[in-house]
Design a protein around this ligand. Structure first.
Ligand SMILES: *Cc1c(COP(=O)(O)O)cnc(C)c1O
Length: 385
């Protein structure tokens, strides 16, 4: 067995070696600037970038690859969507609506816009982590420039009803953005449901430092760019593109589309085994987020009477998280678990198990057994249990 068992696929994924192979020639050999259209080296790089753009478009069901622009990651895609759309299409006093369980880069972008006169409207989710459509409908009665809802949540793995959300926004003529960093490559995504959609390379077995943003083409949206420069990426994202990174995210999308359904079924088996094993051996364990409307590879559990942090210390050979990577340096329970209205002590006892492409059944078994052992031991020592 490996020295560490990696069960944190929502924080990041390893780069698939097949992806790296495709990237390598674009560092030292085919190093042309993809924006140098005057010579052959530039054109080779540009062709690679355009092929990657097509691969990204294809995994989100989009024909016109021009609607995909490359960024540095989902953080940038989310910032560009929210700030760029609000500045281009909003007016003072308009709401930007999002939910209480979004990734920090979405929530912080929304809040940052209040300095420019926009109203940050954060709507609650239900106890199962699914957006409350009535709250969304009500919130939309006030003038709104943009709604931003994550397709799949990175802490609890629940999938939002994007078709319904899309209907509601379209009826009101309000733009819809979705952070799909955790959804692309795992479930079928139809970008036509939204106007803007964020993707991250390193969540789908591609490299870190690259992302993509779908920007609706027909009719074309024009986002106000975050920074100024040569006007690359349809004037919305200046800066020289990195062909190796673009090729990486493209190949990652190609592989994911090909393997998605088999991988989903494999992880669904792991999920079933893991939960059955845990629930059969431990009482007072709670699955955070809806049991069905979820991706199988992300399980967030609360173990009554045990602190999530001390649980992790008891399992040092397993790379696991008690929340999102960005918030786990603080001892506050994650804003996502808190938003589910779980009791405070349960919020402190949550653990996220993230399984993915390189997870084996042996690892799933090992982690389930280890968890049962550690939780049982800690509860036995606890004066309050
Ligand atoms: C990882 C993640 C991000 C940030 O993506 P980067 O590419 O690391 O900037 C944003 N949203 C969600 C849902 C994520 O899982």
């Amino acid at each position: 067995m490996k020295k560490f068992i990696y069960m944190d696929y929502q924080a990041t994924t390893p780069c698939d070696p097949r992806v790296l192979d495709k990237m390598l020639p674009y560092f030292c050999e085919e190093f042309g600037n993809p924006h140098s259209s005057s010579h052959a080296m530039g054109m080779v790089a540009a062709e690679a970038v355009e092929c990657a753009r097509q691969q990204v478009a294809s995994i989100i069901g989009v024909k016109d690859a021009r609607s995909v622009i490359f960024t540095s990651g989902a953080t940038e895609s989310n910032n560009l969507s929210i700030q760029g759309a609000a500045r281009a299409y909003g007016k003072k006093g308009d709401q930007i609506i999002s939910t209480s369980i979004e990734h920090k880069c979405v929530l912080e972008s929304v809040h940052a816009m209040s300095k420019e006169g926009f109203e940050a409207k954060i709507i609650p989710v239900q106890k199962n982590g699914i957006i409350d459509l009535d709250s969304l409908g009500k919130a939309l009665e006030a003038p709104t420039v943009l709604v931003s809802v994550g397709w799949v949540n990175n802490e609890i793995g629940v999938c939002q009803p994007m078709a319904e959300i899309s209907d509601i926004c379209r009826q009101r003529g309000v733009l819809l953005h979705s952070d799909a960093a955790q959804a692309v490559g795992k479930i079928e995504i139809d970008a036509a449901l939204v106007d803007l959609l964020s993707i991250s390379g390193h969540k789908i077995y591609g490299p870190k430092g690259v992302g993509a943003l779908y920007v609706r083409m027909d009719p074309a949206l024009r986002l106000k760019p975050l920074f100024h420069g040569g006007g690359q990426e349809r004037k919305m994202r200046s800066g020289t593109l990195s062909p190796p990174l673009c090729v990486g995210i493209g190949e990652a999308c190609r592989i994911a589309s090909e393997e998605m359904s088999a991988e989903y079924a494999r992880l669904a088996e792991f999920k079933k085994y893991f939960l059955e094993r845990i629930f059969a051996s431990l009482g007072k364990v709670f699955l955070n987020g809806d049991a069905e409307k979820r991706i199988p590879g992300c399980l967030n559990l609360s173990f009554a009477g045990v602190e999530g942090e001390s649980l992790m210390l008891g399992m040092r050979d397993v790379c696991i998280s008690s929340g999102s990577a960005c918030t786990s340096s603080t001892l506050e329970p994650s804003h996502v678990i808190q938003a589910l209205a779980v009791y405070d002590d349960l919020a402190h006892s949550s653990l996220r198990i993230g399984m993915g492409r390189f997870t084996t059944f042996e690892e799933v078994k090992y982690v389930a057994d280890k968890l049962i052992e550690v939780v049982t031991r800690m509860r036995a020592m606890s004066p309050i249990w």
